[in-house]
Design a protein around this ligand. Structure first.
Ligand code: SAM
Length: 230
């Protein structure tokens, strides 16, 4: 199976598994399986790519077929994207070209809390060029920027950036293999109430604010201290 078809199959699998109302494809290039989207299920489709030519190709090919298509020509490393939160973010063969931490921070801003990120990275292969010959000349010119990223490295960076790791598997074409990894973004925490009480009583009253002391707990609270057990 050819690389483009395999990547489109991964994308279709995500769409069928999660049935997202909204999806973003990072580094979408001109195709990336947009033809596998069912617009009755996935009503918003956001494609982002740094290359304006790819965005133009994707617009030409899919605008009529996907009424909810938003195509954005942007550098995912700039961090200034302003997009309504998305259910599923799909990033295939992108982390090979970008700073993982910077783009994971962009993904956090794109995803709704509990949203899913699916990544595909290429695995090292002996005697095979890392970039598959492509009819898109600009994809070919990307070869000089490509730097393979190990799934272990991506896992470490994703966890450090607050993602929870899910299913991960390897799939291959005749010449190349890829690691597909799933992540869930839990979102930033929201404090709904804070409580504090100096005496060790049954329940603590709500207060307007608390002061956290590193290694100790809440200032002025009965349970504040190095050796307090509960
Ligand atoms: C190897 S291609 C992968 C294309 C497509 N995702 C696929 O799986 O066939 C990498 C894509 O990422 C895009 N890209 C690279 N760096 C980027 C960045 N900083 N911001 C947005 N897109 C970027 C490139 O323009 C290109 O379309």
């Amino acid at each position: 199976m050819r690389q483009a078809a395999l990547l489109a199959n991964f994308f279709e699998r995500e769409l069928k598994t999660h049935r997202p109302k909204s999806v973003a494809v990072l580094g979408c290039a001109g195709r990336n399986g947009f033809d596998r989207i069912d617009p009755a299920v996935t009503q918003r489709v956001v494609g982002i790519d740094i290359n304006p030519d790819f965005i133009a190709v994707a617009r030409e090919r899919f605008q009529r077929q996907l009424p909810g298509l938003e195509l954005i020509n942007a550098d995912l490393q700039e961090g200034d994207l302003n997009v309504e939160p998305i259910d599923l973010v799909f990033a295939a063969l992108l982390f090979e070209y970008v700073d993982a931490d910077v783009v994971l921070a962009s993904v956090q801003r794109l995803l709704r809390p509990r949203g899913i990120l699916t990544t595909v990275v290429q695995l090292p292969q002996v005697d095979v060029p890392d970039v598959t010959p492509s009819p898109f000349a600009s994809l070919q010119s990307l070869a000089s920027c490509l730097r393979l990223v190990s799934p272990e490295f991506l896992c470490e960076r994703a966890i450090a950036n607050g993602f929870i790791s899910g299913e991960s598997f390897v799939a291959a074409t005749m010449t190349k293999s890829f690691q597909v990894q799933h992540w869930r973004w839990l979102g930033t925490g929201i404090v709904t109430a804070v409580c504090c009480d100096a005496p060790h009583s049954f329940s603590k009253p709500f207060v307007d604010e608390i002061r956290l002391l590193a290694g100790l707990g809440v200032a002025g609270n009965a349970h504040c201290g190095v050796t307090v057990q509960h």
